[in-house]
Design a protein around this ligand. Structure first.
Ligand SMILES: [Zn+2]
Length: 312
């Protein structure tokens, strides 16, 4: 057998070996590159899958968040609406309380006015009801000399009634009618002394018909005055023939004054000069109804006590 190495020439052998070496190198590199590419491709697939998974999760999380936000917003709206409704209910309740407080305050105000107003001031005086000898007005005001007919004696009047009488006299004066106060507050004792004088002068029968017994006189209240005007020589008789009387008949009610003893009354003789303050509201109603103070029953009159000192 011939040695194969001897068949291939020596120069060719080198080339063959080199070629085989190159081929081995190429195959090895190719396999290596192929296996790397395969591995990279697998990695790429895996990454792509992971990305898809992440995208899915992201989209699901986003949807869930949106849902949560929407739910929370709904809850907040609902809570706010509830709060608003309960605030409105509270405001309404407060309004109701305020109304109740106002009503109570007004009632308290009325009661205070009533408790501060002497019920005697609107009492009818007759042979049945009379003032006791100790009764005196709560406070008296001195009538300024300009308003008195005679300044020999200081006249006084219930302090809260005086502004009404002053307004009346001032209004008359601005219509060129002169009115003066002839007599005002008289105490029990003064009335008693006056009656005795009248009895001596006129006799008991005549005196009883025009002068109230002590305790029955409205003058003791401090709300009642005898008014006079010029031209009568200082006497009250004839007062109803004067323009002062005509003016009083038309206007005295506006200032809260009424004539206690008009013509043909059942209590005393006609006293056109004798005017009693009963409050503007009662005087106005009497005027509008064409009634006299003594025509009303005491119950009806008492309802006016709360308005007694109301301003004109
Ligand atoms: Zn009188």
């Amino acid at each position: 057998m011939q040695n194969p190495s001897k068949i291939i020439p020596k120069g060719h052998r080198k080339i063959i070996i080199s070629t085989i070496a190159v081929a081995i190198i190429l195959i090895t590199s190719g396999w290596y590159i192929y296996s790397r590419l395969t591995s990279l491709s697998a990695n790429l697939n895996m990454l792509s899958n992971q990305l898809a998974t992440l995208e899915t999760r992201l989209s699901s999380t986003t949807a869930s968040l949106q849902n949560n936000i929407s739910q929370t917003s709904n809850n907040l709206n609902s809570a706010i609406n509830q709060q608003l409704q309960s605030s409105a209910a509270i405001a309404q309740q407060l309004g109701t309380y305020q109304q109740q407080v106002d009503t109570v305050s007004s009632t308290v105000g009325t009661l205070q006015k009533l408790s501060n107003t002497d019920p005697q001031l609107l009492q009818k005086y007759s042979k049945v009801f009379f003032l006791n000898e100790y009764y005196a007005p709560a406070k008296l005001a001195a009538i300024p000399g300009d308003y008195e007919y005679s300044e020999t004696k200081q006249l006084t009047l219930q302090a809260d009634v005086w502004p009404h009488l002053k307004a009346l006299i001032d209004a008359a004066k601005s219509s060129s009618v002169n009115i003066y106060v002839y007599s005002a507050y008289r105490s029990f004792n003064e009335q008693s002394a006056l009656k005795s004088d009248y009895k001596i002068t006129y006799g008991a029968g005549t005196a009883n018909s025009f002068s109230a017994d002590q305790g029955y006189s409205e003058h003791q209240l401090g709300t009642t005055v005898d008014l006079i005007t010029g031209g009568l020589g200082g006497v009250l008789d004839g007062f109803d023939g004067t323009k002062a009387y005509i003016w009083l008949q038309s206007n005295a009610w506006r200032y809260g004054f009424v004539l206690s003893y008009p013509k043909d009354n059942k209590f005393y003789v006609y006293e056109p000069w004798h005017w009693r303050f009963v409050g503007v509201k009662l005087a106005t109603d009497l005027h509008n109804q064409g009634k006299n103070f003594y025509d009303l029953d005491q119950r009806t009159i008492d309802a006016y006590l709360v308005n007694f000192f109301d301003p004109q």
